[in-house]
Design a protein around this ligand. Structure first.
Ligand code: ZN
Length: 261
């Protein structure tokens, strides 16, 4: 079965900025979904901020193998209960790919537990991405380096935890460097952060970027059954311990109590 992928787009700049509307007449999310659907191993649909529950009701997340997230201007408008729901899905095994300005999204900051800050400059400068993990599945089929002629600069230090793997680093014309492809695991979920994708440049039309996106969906996909309740914290009673024991010492909780959350 094809990897069920949802491309979530904030879908704000496409309606407010002429440059963005011209580059992405059907929305950035649709451009990304089209690029993914070029591979028969992936089945991509879209969801946007404006839809009911931002297009991410629980039933849909339960049927989603990998979620891609692009947001920028409206991070604060994303409902906290939807963010919690997405985090639960990731902890349960759903893959998550966070793009570009999604570094400041509620979901990425929650999963990273860090400020996720960086330096930036919107000057249309050249970005050169260097592959730092040659045989990594996310880099399959890519040259050792490739360029995006116009991009926004993001500079390290990047306020994220040390990743599992660094797949790309970027050099910018102005001199900064940035760790632009990072993998994480949170609970049972695979997470990939990929830097390029400023909305006023044609980044998601780039063949190498599209290849990274397809590769990362395949990498992030966890085929194991979703963990039903990744937040479960059961109190195991003395009587059912695997080896016979008797309770000793003082006790805060009464038998069978759920405990504090
Ligand atoms: Zn940007």
């Amino acid at each position: 079965m094809a990897i069920r992928t949802v491309v979530w787009g904030e879908n704000v700049h496409e309606h407010k900025n002429r440059t963005v509307a011209e580059l992405y007449p059907r929305g950035m999310h649709q451009c990304i979904a089209d690029a993914l659907n070029a591979d028969p191993a992936i089945s991509a649909t879209t969801a946007t901020l404006q839809e009911a529950e931002h297009g991410l009701p629980a039933a849909r997340l339960a049927q989603t193998d990998v979620l891609i997230w692009w947001g920028h201007a409206a991070h604060g408008d994303v409902r906290d209960d939807v963010v919690d729901r997405v985090a639960d899905a990731v902890w349960g095994g759903m893959g998550l790919i966070v793009l570009h300005s999604g570094h400041f999204s509620k979901i990425f900051k929650k999963l990273m537990g860090a400020p996720c800050n960086l330096s930036w400059r919107e000057a249309g400068e050249r970005e050169r991405l260097w592959l730092t993990s040659r045989n990594h599945p996310i880099a399959a089929g890519l040259p050792d380096h490739f360029e995006l002629e116009n991009e926004e600069m993001y500079g390290d230090p990047f306020g994220v935890p040390d990743p599992l793997e660094t797949v790309f680093v970027s050099w910018f014309q102005g001199g900064e460097v940035f760790r632009s492809g990072l993998t994480y695991r949170r609970g049972a979920g695979n997470i990939f952060y990929f830097r390029p994708g400023h909305e006023t440049y044609p980044t998601y039309h780039d063949a190498n970027v599209q290849l990274v996106l397809r590769n990362s969906v395949k990498w992030a996909h966890n085929p194991a059954a979703r963990i039903a309740d990744p937040n479960a914290a059961p109190n195991r009673p003395v009587e059912s311990a695997l080896e016979p024991i008797t309770a000793r010492g003082g006790s805060l909780h009464v038998a069978g109590e759920e405990g504090f959350r």
